[in-house]
Design a protein around this ligand. Structure first.
Ligand code: ATP
Length: 910
């Protein structure tokens, strides 16, 4: 336990030797103790940057008025006031204010949803504490912590590097220099610029290659990144192509409305001879009823709710346009290990030169026998087997431990499987590591497909151990170990055995060793290239995830192709693919074959083939490009730093949250918190649902506004008594956009959503069908409201009563049409259809007292000139509403029957 905290006022860490830095930080070679780390966090604070300052609530509220639509309303309100129409002016102001308030609340909701997602993306760091390497939230790092860096990591704090192994970092975030910088652990001159401080790794920069250990010297706002005060991993603000399209549409609509209104004004005053001030009030009503003021706000909320729902299902959206793009995905390219499979590896078979050994047991519990042809064996009696198991245990960075009776692992599951094999064969990792001390390591990288370690045994003899993909290891070997010593390598035998084992869906590893000393005094890739003795092949089972099998089936039903791109052996990939239902009865293509193809051939292959084996990140990039050139919308998964280009290129880059590097996560549009393929399928479903809801909302909003407009235009054109006063129009509008429309954002996904074809990528939102539906409903609404009004007038009903009936008829029609809008084509004439969305029922229930108040309360009667209605009047109002309801259902039935919809919007029907 330290007594006084280390003095961190020194800013020249780069100029100090490693020892001096360790001394000043009171660091320990085994890392800090948990207690000391806790104490230091109290002392120096958490390793976090303050979030960028937010706009205050008042400013955010006022900014809601910064919108063409609201400007028009406010100007109209001012002119109305100048004309002395105080009530109308008041209603206009109130409508504008209510709109801004709704926008304000909804924006707040969307922001909260994004905040929660930002928190889910918080980075992690590997650190040595109490002698153990553990992963912690990067915010918990303190000065003096010993951090372990590996390829793909985002450097979590400013570090003085102690041990460096071919470390290169990308410091563009800090210095703007885009070429990676080679790092070492030497001190540099005190005045060296940031980019030349080779012994330092700075917070926020990216490890593009190699490994290192470094001492934390500065955290949070004291780091270089903190000083320039920039937040890195940020989820972008609410803006997507669709939202931009809609905003643009709303603006054009506003202009069109203003033009039509001006025309109406001119026609009304000069042609029909109405008083200019009356006409002006009419035009104001027209503008107010036509402008879709709720549109942008509801769009935003629908998207934010979608993002939130996806997060609940472990799909974290990093870029909002991904939500829309997900709904249009036509191909998902997925990794195999851990995404489609469980990543719980068990060695089932060891193949030596003359024996095939079966290994019993499943999972990480080290219980199970080794046997040959059903006979139990003692591994020590088989030299090649014994040596292979030793290599497997020592050329290994995983750890196996028992926690309350359950066996757990730390590290790579492939390596953990070898530890379990070792334990079953009687090899203890700890004891073996003491007897064969490790001198150096070449870590596994998926481009090279092997890992090598250098050891000294108890006699001080030097050994190189290697494990990796069989083809790679065979290239490095000249001999094989048999019962009676080393013999020349029988490549054909091993190839045959490898293909046999892989065909059963087992993942392959080969193990080899060599008695030698690395020439350079440390391990280099050259040392691992030749002169090894082949020991054994290991077959590891990694069963497919049950939920992935179901998800692949769902994707196929939804018209989405699933392609598996794996680093594994072609036969393993084929066998696992068959279990998952991917690439059945189609050939498997390997990375080597892809490398030989030109662009045209690759385009063909990319479309036809579903399983790609022994593929590396460059192949992934080429495949994405080839698929996109064939017009596909591609989602691609990845985890390594080299996957970043393919993830960026894909329409939806999907990174693994658990085993993915920070580099992959930052390149991705979406992060899978559980690394599970089924989560991608769930996200596609949500993406489709969001898009569907946006369309439903527009299909609700436009005809309801349109209905009100038609009522007024018809009245002006045919010189009828106005069925609605401007204030009344505004009332209807407030009820509609404020209360009713919002409910559609909460509409659950339709059951057949995943049985439809993907939406064509370039599909325009507002197509011919849309226009037809908008017109039809608007005309039905007008017919109901205006028809009722005129009929009542003819029967001699008082004007105030007739107008109150028209207002209520419009609102009733909108309530009913809201229920219609739950589905674009499917009927809602069933229990689920009528009651499936509780929010809609609540919204309708909220409107009823509002309409009763409007009709009966004296205050409202003064404000809006409304009048009491009788029971019979109400029945007529409801009948006008039902006209729209049944009209819409009839049209849907007609559409379904004639397949008109199938022709124009095929994906809607499935
Ligand atoms: P995915 O399917 O997600 O692409 P993968 O695990 O199949 O992943 P890689 O991780 O690139 O692909 O592995 C490719 C091959 O490298 C494996 O088939 C195996 O032979 C070998 N290999 C995997 N992990 C290790 C390791 N830790 N050490 C040595 N060799 C390994």
């Amino acid at each position: 336990m330290q007594t006084s905290p280390p003095d961190l006022t020194e800013h020249y860490w780069h100029a100090l030797s490693c020892e001096a830095v360790a001394d000043r930080l009171q660091a320990d070679p085994h890392g800090l103790s948990a207690a000391e780390a806790q104490r230091r966090i109290g002392q120096y604070g958490r390793n976090q940057l303050a979030p960028p300052p937010r706009r205050g609530p008042l400013l955010r509220f006022l900014l809601q008025f910064h919108d063409v639509l609201l400007y028009v309303m406010l100007i109209a309100a001012v002119i109305t006031a100048l004309l002395g129409h105080w009530i109308d002016s008041g209603v206009l102001f109130a409508a504008a204010a209510i709109n801004a308030l709704i926008g304000f609340i909804q924006e707040g909701k969307a922001e909260t949803a994004l905040d929660a997602i930002r928190a889910m993306l918080s980075p992690h760091a590997q650190v040595l504490r109490d002698g153990f390497a553990i992963e912690i939230d990067a915010a918990e790092l303190v000065p003096g912590d010993l951090v372990l860096l590996a390829t793909g990591d985002r450097v979590p704090a400013d570090l003085r590097l102690i041990d460096v192994k071919e470390l290169r970092t990308d410091e563009a975030a800090l210095t703007g220099e885009s070429l990676p910088v080679e790092k070492n652990n030497t001190a540099v001159a005190i005045d060296a610029p940031l980019g030349d401080r080779f012994g330092m790794a700075y917070s926020g920069t990216l490890v593009v290659h190699g490994q290192a250990r470094g001492l934390v010297v500065a955290t949070g706002r004291h780091s270089e990144l903190g000083r320039i005060n920039q937040m890195l991993t940020d989820v972008r603000t609410l803006n997507t192509p669709l939202l931009r399209q809609i905003n643009h549409f709303a603006r054009i609509l506003t202009m069109a409305i203003i033009a039509v209104s001006a025309l109406t004004f001119i026609l009304g005053t000069y042609w029909r001879g109405h008083a200019a001030s009356d006409m002006f009030m009419m035009v104001v009503a027209l503008v107010a009823s036509a402008i879709p003021e709720g549109l942008p706000a509801i769009m935003t909320v629908t998207l934010a709710l979608g993002v939130q729902r996806m997060a609940r299902r472990h799909a974290i959206i990093r870029r909002l346009p991904a939500v829309e793009a997900l709904g249009a995905v036509t191909v998902i390219c997925s990794d195999k290990t851990g995404t489609l499979t469980r990543n719980e590896m068990t060695v089932q078979r060891v193949v030596c030169a003359h024996h095939v050994i079966d290994v019993g047991g499943i999972g990480y519990a080290p219980q199970g026998d080794l046997s040959i042809d059903g006979r139990h064996i003692v591994p020590a009696h088989y030299p090649a087997l014994a040596m292979a198991v030793r290599v497997g245990v020592l050329c290994n960075d995983a750890r196996l431990y028992e926690d309350e009776g359950a066996w757990q692992i730390v590290g790579d599951p492939t390596e953990a499987a070898l530890l379990v094999l070792g334990a079953k064969a009687g090899f203890d990792q700890h004891a073996a590591a003491l007897a064969w001390s490790r001198q150096d390591t070449l870590p596994f990288a998926s481009q090279h497909r092997y890992m090598a370690t250098w050891h000294r045994d108890a006699d001080e003899s030097s050994w190189l151990f290697v494990k990796g993909a069989p083809e790679r290891i065979l290239e490095m070997c000249a001999s094989q170990l048999e019962h009676d010593g080393e013999k020349p390598l029988d490549v054909d035998y091993w190839r045959r055995m490898a293909t046999d084992t892989a065909a059963q869906g087992l993942r392959l590893l080969a193990l080899a060793c060599r008695r030698a000393e690395p020439a350079a005094g440390h391990l280099l890739p050259e040392d691992a290239s030749h002169g090894y003795t082949f020991l054994a092949l290991v077959g590891i089972i990694d069963p497919p995830r049950e939920e992935a099998i179901a998800a692949v089936r769902d994707c196929h039903r939804a018209g989405i192709r699933v392609k598996m791109i794996t680093g594994d052996h072609a036969e393993t990939a084929r066998a696992i693919g068959a279990q998952l239902g991917i690439g059945m009865e189609r050939p498997v293509v390997t990375g080597a074959e892809i490398a030989l193809m030109d662009e045209a051939a690759l385009r063909r292959t990319a479309m036809e083939v579903d399983v790609f084996a022994r593929a590396n990140p460059e192949h992934k990039l080429r495949l994405v490009q080839a698929l996109q050139e064939s017009g596909q919308v591609v989602a691609m998964t990845g985890d390594g730093v080299n996957d970043a280009p393919a993830l960026k290129r894909a329409d939806i880059g999907v990174a693994m949250g658990l085993k993915g590097t920070e580099a992959a996560k930052e390149a991705a549009d979406m992060v899978l918190a559980d690394d599970n393929f089924a989560t991608i399928a769930a996200a596609v479903r949500e993406g489709r649902a969001v898009y569907d809801n946006l369309k439903k909302f527009i299909l609700f909003m436009l005809p309801t506004n349109g209905g009100e407009v038609l009522v007024i235009i018809a009245a002006i054109l045919f010189e009828l008594t106005l069925p609605l006063t401007p204030a009344q129009v505004l009332w209807v509008n407030m009820v509609t956009s404020g209360v009713l429309g919002l409910a559609l954002a909460f509409e659950p996904a339709e059951p057949d959503l995943m049985r439809r074809r993907p939406r064509p990528p370039g599909e325009a939102l507002l197509n011919g069908f849309f226009l037809w539906r908008v017109l039809l409903i608007a005309i039905l609404m007008m017919t109901g409201a205006l028809g009722l009004f005129l009929w009542e007038l003819q029967r001699g009903t008082d004007l105030a009563v007739a107008r109150t009936m028209a207002v209520n008829a419009l609102v009733a029609a909108e309530m009913f049409y809201l229920v219609n809008s739950r589905s674009t084509f499917a009927s809602v004439l069933n229990w689920q259809g009528l009651t499936g969305n509780r929010t809609i029922l609540l919204a309708i229930a909220a409107c009823i007292p509002l309409q009763l108040a409007y009709t009966y309360l004296p205050l409202f009667q003064t404000l809006f000139s409304s009048a009491d209605l009788s029971l019979l009047d109400w029945l007529k109002v409801i009948a006008a509403g039902l006209l729209v309801f049944f009209g819409a259902e009839l049209e849907k039935a007609f559409m379904r029957r004639t397949r008109f919809a199938a022709g124009t919007t095929a994906h809607e029907q499935g």
